[in-house]
Design a protein around this ligand. Structure first.
Ligand code: ATP
Ligand code: FE2
Length: 330
């Protein structure tokens, strides 16, 4: 089954074509909104997606060496995400579906991160530490749903990194820049560590870091190093508890922050210490991508026998991971 997937939950507009039966990604084109300084304004991101939508779709089709008439399913990110961005992807998906008379299915973006992890690694029933711009969740399958075992109580860890980076003038996205600077330091500065039960919170830490930076008493690289050590330890404390609680033996990292090599190293160590296995995807499948959207659409359509009409395809900016009935897993 040839599936075209569209991703547009936030700053990335992506289109991918997969051959689901052969488990092959035929193309995976992403076009991301970036700025040299300052963050992302939803209306500007939407303009970016509108401007790039046609060319990304045609590039994906050309690269996959298929014709529109070969596509058997169109899948798109229905939520959660920024309304301005989601709407462009949904609109493009509906247009293609009507124009070429192809079935259409909307999917949950967070679950897509987990499913591509299962598809591309040997993990069968993992806990996912999903760490992206807007999202920070620890997710695992339990009783017919993907449940959120722990999450951020305020901002996503990626937004936390990006906000600090913007404050100190590093531009967007900030995660990679903070990582580069962190490599220059081994000097740990004590920072607030906020784990509440199974949840984490970054707002207070962000305010504190801004104060430390403004005081001009600390080197930026020391702050970058220390903030990474602190927030990654918080995330792994919660992930470890989710592994223990669910009695699962596999951890997958997903989301843009999963590209961070220090987080990967710390995750691997935590897993080894408790006889679990840590799986990390290639960066292009950690970051928002449309291959995972095409894949989840195919799983829901083929294994889960889910069908949607155009009227079911309104966007769900606030959809929760556990709102979705998982009909495609045995
Ligand atoms: P969502 O998936 O929640 O819709 P998003 O579009 O922001 O949000 P991603 O593309 O998965 O998500 O991730 C972007 C985030 O990843 C940004 O916050 C960016 O700073 C961060 N990031 C990217 N590379 C790295 C890295 N090497 N280290 C740390 N963070 C990184
Ligand atoms: Fe994501």
């Amino acid at each position: 089954m040839i599936v075209l997937g569209i991703e547009s939950t936030a700053h990335t507009f992506g289109v991918s074509i997969i051959d689901y039966d052969k488990k092959k990604v035929l193309s995976n084109i992403i076009k991301g909104f970036t700025t040299k300084s300052g963050g992302m304004i939803p209306a500007k991101v939407a303009d970016h997606h509108v401007e790039n939508c046609d060319s990304v779709i045609s590039q994906a089709i050309t690269k996959a060496k298929i014709k529109e008439s070969n596509i058997e399913l169109i899948s798109f990110s229905q939520g959660p995400g920024i309304g301005h961005s989601l709407r462009i992807g949904a609109f493009a998906a509906r247009t293609l579906s009507i124009k070429y008379d192809i079935p259409l299915i909307g999917v949950n973006h967070c679950i897509a991160h987990l499913e591509i992890g299962r598809a591309l690694t040997k993990a069968t029933d993992p806990v996912l530490l999903y760490v992206s711009g807007a999202n920070t969740q620890v997710i695992a399958y339990d009783g017919g749903k993907y449940r959120v075992f722990g999450e951020t109580l305020d901002i996503g860890v990626g937004n936390f990194l990006d906000s600090f980076a913007r404050f100190v003038g590093l531009g967007f996205p900030g995660g990679p820049k903070i990582y580069e600077l962190s490599l220059k330091s081994k000097n740990y500065i004590e920072l607030p560590y906020t784990v509440k039960g199974m949840d984490v919170s970054f707002g207070g830490l962000l305010t504190h870091l801004k104060k430390l930076y403004k005081s001009e008493k600390y080197k930026l690289e020391d702050l970058c190093y220390s903030l990474q050590e602190t927030v990654f330890a918080m995330l792994l404390e919660v992930s470890e508890r989710a592994l223990a609680h669910t009695d699962k033996k596999e951890l997958i990292l997903g989301g843009g922050v999963a590209c961070n090599l220090r987080l990967q190293e710390m995750s691997d160590k935590m897993c080894k210490d408790r006889d679990a296995k840590c799986f990390v995807l290639e960066n292009r499948y950690n970051l928002d991508n449309a291959a995972m959207i095409a894949l989840l659409g195919a799983m829901m359509y083929k294994e889960g026998r889910i069908r949607q009409n155009i009227k079911d395809t309104e966007i769900h900016p606030y959809e929760r991971t556990d709102d979705v009935n998982v009909t495609w897993r045995k």
